[in-house]
Design a binder for this molecule. Sequence first.
Ligand code: ADP
Ligand code: MG
Length: 502
Amino acid sequence: MGKVVAGVAIVCAAAACAAAAVTVSYRMRVRSQRHHARSFLLEFQEACATPVARLRQVVDAMAVEMHAGLVSEGGSRLKMLPSYVDQLPEGDEKGLYYAVDLGGTNFRALRVQLGGKESRVIKQEYEEVAIPPELMIGTSEELFDFIAKELTSFVAREGDDFQPSAGQSRDIGFTFSFPVQQTALNSGTLLNWTKGFKVVDAIGQDVVAALQRCIQKRGPEMRITALVNDAVGALAGGRYWNEDVMIAVILGTGTNAAYVERAQAISKCGSTFPKSGEMVINMEWGNFWSSHLPRTPVDETLDNETMNPGEQGFEKMISGMYLGDVVRRVLLKMAQEAALFGPNVPRKMLEAFSLGTPDISKIHADESSDLKVVGNVLRDVYGIQNTSLAVRKIVYEVCDTVAERGARLAAAGIVGILKKIGRDGTHSKDVGSPVHPESGKTVVAMDGGLYERYSKFRAYMQAAAAELLGDASKDVVIELSKDGSGIGAALLAASIAKNRRK
Ligand code: ADP
Ligand code: MG
């Protein structure tokens, strides 16, 4: 009997030792995997670093490329497209105007009743719908008919408090957030698609004529009087309220910038200067590229797998469509090479764009000590249960790294524009475009879902701009101009109508 007990005790002890050995070896493996993930993170962070010296190189490259793009067609990856907008709204516009805004994710229709200098915007209404994904890769007819259909039903719901002035038609400003070579204020041909759109037969078409045809078929009597890029719209929207607005930047699904340039500086336009001596330039800065941008192997694979490889390099590092996917790719590498989420790679993590930028902004906003929200997002998006705090910290830091890099590069881009127009504090007072004599300020109007809804991104961007501008930052205001891009198109349509009447 004693022998049996002893035998059982020995077996139990051996089993306990084996279990302990398995536990120790498991812990060691987990620790070593986490160590592997940490060193991968450090390497990625180094590759993404944007110290101020590097940002200054980006600032200079942006200013140089702007010059090059203004001198000759194809002189730079920055298209620097003349917008044909040579007069921005002044605040005294009156009447009823419409706008349609085709962004990268959403479509908006809006109407605004303007009351002139004193009462300004008397009333404004808008409707927003998500663009059906199949239309992003369908035919031109389907896409423009969708816009016409949405507009027609929106117009049908116009209330009595919206009134066109006597004898006036309903004018539309058309915000179209893709690269267009304009030939006049109300016409322009599509150069290429971005942001996951691929409606092949629309390339080379006049997008105004295409939309006008569809509107006519649907019935409402309306005409498109201004074709406006979203950044140009945001500039017009910002200027309507504040005459110091000189630059507008969109950070939404995609990214772009527009600014007021001296007409004489646009050498590629020859000597046909607008009367005002100024012209708004649609930079199409999403396609900006410089060897100083901190690009990692992850960015390279992302680029190769998009619909437009080799294009929109800046956009793919800073805009809402891509930030989430950069994070996903880093996490996937950590899952595959360091078993960050356990022995199996979450299947959904293999899917491109399965992690959105709103998810990373949610993770990034988590201030709790146990990073509960980070755990919830990983569970909800990828079905990963019971993540440890150490894993959550790594995920948080990946988001922080990607967002900080994007925000600081966006700031460098803005300072590049300020440098080009002589407002970055490094020029003598008589170079560049004149500063408003009373305020002495330069205002940058920001629009887009990423900037509006991602507070840490916004804070990183503001801080980097201040760092780069030094003393001059007291004269530069970077502020949100919510939905400026849509209402701006309606305001431009109003300003065109006003000038027509003059
Ligand atoms: P569009 O680009 O279609 O004109 P928006 O300007 O509204 O539309 O931008 C939408 C984009 O903004 C989304 O694709 C997403 O990338 C980003 N976004 C939306 N909400 C958030 C959020 N909470 N945090 C970070 N980014 C967001
Ligand atoms: Mg938009």
